[in-house]
Design a protein around this ligand. Structure first.
Ligand SMILES: *Cc1c(COP(=O)(O)O)cnc(C)c1O
Length: 361
């Protein structure tokens, strides 16, 4: 039912069983393609702690080029890259302004506090998009008895806000205001290529004014492992030290970077298919009794929808879906999240929709 592109020639029973599932839990579940596995096998490697892995070096150089920045650094995870960026940008005892449902605050183990010694200063935004005017009011006045604002952190696309895309003009205005106030801006761009696809603009253009960007190779772009941090040479030099502090100094990481290079070069060009599939599912689900969903808000590969009208909790709903080979999770008792990706094709999406129509009939 799902596409067969990621099936390896040595398919196990487990692989076949998994390929029958429609897995909409996350775009992190994508498995490496045959081309990636081959590139991993053939990767030229060296010890990256000595800076001697040519494949890692190539990946970092390509990421820097694509984002039109001085430097980039390969991380095992997006969480580590985000938290390294936060550490470099801030000092203990400062505040980090972010949207209330931001990943850096809600899903990264309180590392803002644990590692950087900062606290979040959240701004709630139903749409997931915060504007300069809201941020300006949350910046601490420059008085010695107030904790100072160390950083503004944005998220594009916004995961928990249903893959919402922040317009580039909004980001640019935030950067202009924050920089005038002497405050750096970090972008959690786990899905920045989805944002770029939706906006029809290159990633370099939509991230031009932020001080640092994290993006994931391991999600819609299809790599098995890895995220990148990009920024100035000086920033990346400091992030390199922090990565080592966190135990992120990897050795022959070229085997991972080889898959990452394919993800980076070829992954972005097919993301529009995931967006079209998400839109297809949204349009159909919007008509199902008990489901509340504004299909017009679905811009990328994530849909968040309210199922409270069905009389089920999301745990019950997920269980009913799983019985029909559709995997998805709730983000709370009322809201379900679906994420489309390269391992679910249109037929798989049709199956998921039919299952929900049955369950809710
Ligand atoms: C996935 C994700 C990350 C990073 O997650 P890892 O699992 O640590 O790679 C960061 N921010 C957002 C918005 C994400 O969706």
């Amino acid at each position: 039912m799902s596409s067969t592109h990621s099936q390896s020639p040595t398919q196990t029973k487990e692989d076949i069983k998994r390929s029958m599932l429609v897995d909409l839990r996350s775009d992190t579940v994508t498995r490496p393609s045959v081309a990636m596995r081959r590139a991993m096998m053939e990767a030229e490697v060296g010890d990256d702690v000595y800076g001697e892995d040519p494949t890692v070096n190539r990946l970092e150089q390509r990421a820097a080029e694509i984002f039109e920045r001085e430097a980039a650094l390969f991380f095992p995870t997006g969480t580590m890259a985000n938290q390294a960026a936060l550490k470099v940008h801030t000092h203990h005892g400062q505040e980090v302004i972010c949207e209330e449902r931001a990943h850096i605050w809600n899903y990264e183990m309180a590392m803002i506090a644990q590692f950087s010694g900062c606290i979040p200063r959240p701004i709630p935004a139903e749409s997931g998009i915060i504007h300069w005017e809201q941020i300006r009011r949350k910046i601490a006045p420059g008085i010695y008895y107030r904790a100072q604002t160390g950083l503004v952190s944005l998220e594009n696309t916004h995961n928990m806000a249903g893959g919402a895309v922040t317009p580039t003009a909004v980001i640019d205005e935030i950067c202009e205001g924050a920089h005038k106030a002497g405050i750096p801006v970090h972008l959690d761009g786990a899905r920045i290529f989805n944002a770029a696809t939706a906006l029809g603009q290159p990633v370099a253009e939509i991230t031009h004014h932020v001080d640092s960007v994290m993006f994931c190779l391991s999600k819609g772009l299809g790599a098995p492992v890895g995220s990148m941090l990009v920024g100035s040479r000086e920033f990346i030099k400091r992030a390199h030290v922090v990565r080592k502090c966190l135990g992120g100094g990897m050795r022959q990481a070229g085997v991972l970077a080889a898959a990452g290079l394919i993800a980076l070069e070829h992954g972005p060009s097919r993301l529009h298919e995931d967006h079209a599939n998400a839109k297809f599912v949204a349009d159909r689900l919007a008509k199902v009794r008990g489901i509340k969903l504004d299909a017009a808000h679905v811009q990328t590969n994530i849909l968040v929808f309210d199922i409270s009208g069905t009389g089920m909790t999301t745990a019950e709903f997920s269980q009913r879906l799983a019985e029909k080979s559709v995997l998805a999770n709730g983000i709370n008792p009322e809201l379900m999240r679906f994420v489309t990706h390269l391992d679910v094709d249109r037929a798989a999406c049709e199956h998921a929709v039919r299952v929900i129509e049955e369950i809710c009939a």
